[in-house]
Design a binder for this molecule. Sequence first.
Ligand SMILES: Cc1cc2nc3c(=O)[nH]c(=O)nc-3n(C[C@H](O)[C@H](O)[C@H](O)COP(=O)(O)OP(=O)(O)OC[C@H]3O[C@@H](n4cnc5c(N)ncnc54)[C@H](O)[C@@H]3O)c2cc1C
Ligand code: SF4
Ligand code: SF4
Ligand code: SF4
Length: 447
Amino acid sequence: MANKENNIKNIVESKLCNSCGACIASCPFNIIKKDNDNIPRVSEENCINCGICKQVCQGTGVDFLRYYEKFHKKPYNMETTLGDYQGAYLSFANNDNIRQKGTSGGFIKAFLVSLLETSKIQGAILISSDEKECFKAKAIVARSKEDILNTGKSKYSRSLTLDVLKEIENESGKFAIVGLPCQIQALWKIRKLNPKINNRILVTIGLFCHAQVEVVAKRIIFKKFGLDKLNIKEYISRYGKHPGTPHVRLENDDIIPVYFPKKKFFRPTSHEVLNVMYHLYTPKRCMYCFDGASELADISVGDPWFKKRDLKNFKDIKNINFNDGYSFVLVRSDIGNELINFAFENNAISIKELPKEIADKCNKKMLKSKKLRAWYFIKKEGKVDFGDYEKLIPNLSQEKLLKQRISNIFHILCFYPSIRNFILKILLSNFGYIFLYINNLKRKFKK
Ligand SMILES: Cc1cc2nc3c(=O)[nH]c(=O)nc-3n(C[C@H](O)[C@H](O)[C@H](O)COP(=O)(O)OP(=O)(O)OC[C@H]3O[C@@H](n4cnc5c(N)ncnc54)[C@H](O)[C@@H]3O)c2cc1C
Ligand code: SF4
Ligand code: SF4
Ligand code: SF4
């Protein structure tokens, strides 16, 4: 067989694939298919080794600094956590049903519905649930209000969002796309190579992202609590008051918790559960990722994670009840700005502008630690190439290096699948229940 080193097989095997879906969307022969864990697999015997899939793949890197400069018209500043933006807002959907169906404040859904209903877009590329395994992400082209609302809340497992791009390539209208930072980066690559797709995209909405989680984790959890035997209509990653707890809706419309469904005393929040998952099931490629705020998207959206003390001098913001559901929104481009104003004037969303000194504190802990982790991995392992990025990484002090090495120890299980599965099973036992409860108390105390 001819040497097929120009396809993405090696990238996947070296665990540098973060499931963006760009390769699936770009292979001219449609011979890359997703497997059961949302990882792309090439049918080698049919591959002509043209190299297109590898060209659009950002698993082994992306020319981030050049894209950044082109987009923001200024050089990248390694010290910022959010990247450059034109405006920062707290926002939520004016329609209460959409706000409740939203992950944070339902901003994205309300914004997209408003664009769709006024024919600014013909549809949006979004993530919905897989029909067989509800917790698994499935990319769709949403073409109606119902499609958008039915996508549900954030799916934190591998998502292959771009794999449906081919569906819109030959259409005539415009589309919006919602993706993780790495998926937005891959989209930059695709748009450069494929003018047809480039012409289809009106606006990109990037999510904030700490990390994805391997699909197998949820499979183990569902099996452990017997959920794999139930007829499930909907997976709700965050049910109830923000940040909510993972639940499922059954065929008879009963809603039951995913974790410890039979216990009544305490329920771990989505946030707590995710923190544990990140230490066991983060894909290796995420360790190199420094873009936690979708710095190359027209609009970036996350949760308004602030420390109370950050808000103490801003009474009107301090008094907001974030549990009611709010999205933290950054506008980074003129088109982003124009469309948000449009959705606001169209009465689809409420927005409250945030002063820069507050906005810059949002998600700061996550974004800083993610950058530090990436700097450490990029310098030490050097397997992912971000162009000249490495030259700009500040020299890490001994103290920071030590801190990072200690933090890496807590991620080490991500590299040992059988051990991490064993630990997860312990965490799902009564012992784990007590551990999560103590963890919850610790958090409350810290606040
Ligand atoms: C893997 C992951 C990690 C995240 N980490 C953080 C974090 O650390 N800090 C933070 O502040 N926010 C994080 N978020 C973002 C947060 O969960 C919300 O998605 C965001 O605040 C938008 O809320 P909303 O109510 O405005 O969006 P909604 O109105 O609920 O709309 C969200 C849209 O996102 C799409 N979507 C859902 N899952 C995915 C996915 N996996 N990939 C691509 N699109 C998807 C859905 O199609 C949906 O239409 C993360 C999201 C994901 C998916
Ligand atoms: S045919 Fe080209 S794009 Fe398709 S898998 Fe092979 S190298 Fe990749
Ligand atoms: S990172 Fe994206 S393009 Fe690269 S192999 Fe994975 S899914 Fe394909
Ligand atoms: S951490 Fe980075 S590489 Fe991993 S899923 Fe999030 S954006 Fe992609």
